[in-house]
Design a protein around this ligand. Structure first.
Ligand SMILES: C=CCOC(=O)Nc1nc2cc3[nH]c(NC)nc3cc2c(=O)[nH]1
Length: 373
């Protein structure tokens, strides 16, 4: 355990990097995948199970927790780590993205965003200062700047205006965050898919100075080709010695492509959410367990997987409990998916450390069918 927050790059292979983020609550091996624990729980998973999948850090959502049970109540109860029984690192988002995608009656001004709760219609306000206060009350180890992610499609003028607002909010976030040893503040690059705007944003963030840098405004419907197009240059615009975090990504091949382009951290609801809808990710492609063809299949989801679902249950069983809407269905498929996503991360960390990432990436793609298996 280190008293401070620090990042050590241990190996590079092409644009791909591996390293370790040290925090007072434990180390984060990079490249890292962060399971999403929206309402103080990774849905259908006990925290010890999340750890068993290999996760070093999980993500909490400011928007959801400020509405219910409120950040003040969590602080009174000892903070989010104690509240949800996860003593390792937690990253919280700033609420910016989710307010714009989930809240009702939103009003965006230079000051911030006022909105009504999607739960009970109560009125709330998020500003850079309030977002920093909430994330401090939660006690998260990695705090995100309050930003605005423009909805697509957006023309260059709108993207530029939104990015410049986010940069002013980044400065206010840094000011409000203050000096908190052992805690990190990450800036968020915006600028859509326009290289000049991405460069302007990166320069603005460098001038303010952050403990890590996120690449925002992606995985919002632009498609993998456009996202990779931005990732071909955006990570390199950010300080080489700080973690680079890509939000909301993604499918296994998105994750591999992002790491190949220099991304160190990612988060996505896909493995947990799709686990609940019966979609399992495997080395050979995806399995939709509700499909009738699995009803009599005695084999596991993936013969090569060591997770509890694959070690102890057949596709026939998983098909049955999914069809019967049994709670264990969500538990087993979520555990499997999170385990598999962590397997991918572990495989990439080792491959980068041993200078064989290109071969690992080729083998990863060779084994996968496009459609369902
Ligand atoms: C999430 C942690 C920290 O992020 C923030 O506090 N703000 C923020 N979140 C995003 C989340 C995204 N999810 C996707 N696709 C599923 N794209 C996203 C883009 C952003 C973004 O530009 N900003």
């Amino acid at each position: 355990m280190s008293a401070a927050f620090s990042f050590a790059l241990t190996a590079t292979d092409g644009a791909a990097r591996s390293g370790v983020i040290s925090t007072p609550r434990g180390e984060i091996r990079t490249p890292a995948f962060m399971p999403v624990g929206t309402a103080a729980t990774v849905k259908a998973m006990m925290p010890e199970s999340v750890r068993a999948t290999g996760a070093d850090i999980l993500l909490g959502n400011t928007y959801h927790l400020m509405l219910r049970p409120t950040a003040e109540r969590i602080a009174r109860l000892g903070g989010l780590h104690r509240f949800m029984n996860w003593e390792r690192p937690i990253l919280t988002d700033s609420g910016g993205f989710q307010v714009m995608s989930l809240a009702e009656l939103r009003k965006l001004t230079e000051e911030g965003v006022t909105f009504r709760s999607h739960i009970d219609g109560s009125r709330h306000r998020l500003t850079p200062e309030r977002s920093m206060e909430i994330q401090k009350l939660l006690g998260s180890d990695i705090v995100m700047c309050f930003d605005e992610c423009p909805a697509l499609p957006a023309d260059d003028k709108r993207v530029a205006e939104s990015m410049r607002l986010s940069m002013r909010w980044a400065a206010r976030s840094k000011e409000a965050f203050g000096d908190r040893p052992g805690h990190a503040l990450f800036g968020i690059q915006q600028g859509g898919v326009t290289q000049e705007l991405r460069a302007e944003s990166a320069e603005a963030l460098r001038a303010i100075g952050f403990d890590g840098y996120a690449i925002g405004g992606l995985a919002v419907g632009e498609g993998q080709e456009a996202m990779f197009g931005v990732l071909d240059y955006a990570p390199g615009m950010l300080p080489e010695d700080k973690p680079r975090y890509l939000m909301g990504v993604g499918k296994p091949d998105d994750i591999v492509g992002a790491v190949a382009r220099g991304v160190d951290m990612m988060d996505c609801v896909l493995p947990s959410r799709s686990g609940r809808t019966g979609q399992a990710f495997t080395r050979r492609g995806t399995v939709n367990i509700k499909n009738a063809r699995h009803a009599n299949d005695p084999r596991p989801l993936d013969e090569d997987c060591t997770c509890p679902a694959c070690r102890n249950y057949s596709r026939a069983y998983l098909h049955h409990v999914f069809r019967a809407q049994e709670i264990i269905s969500s538990m087993l498929l979520t555990w499997h998916n999170l385990h598999y996503f962590q397997e991918i991360m572990g495989g990439m960390r080792a491959a980068i450390a041993e200078g064989r990432f290109a071969a690992w990436q080729a083998a990863f793609h060779a084994g996968r069918a496009e459609g369902d298996i």
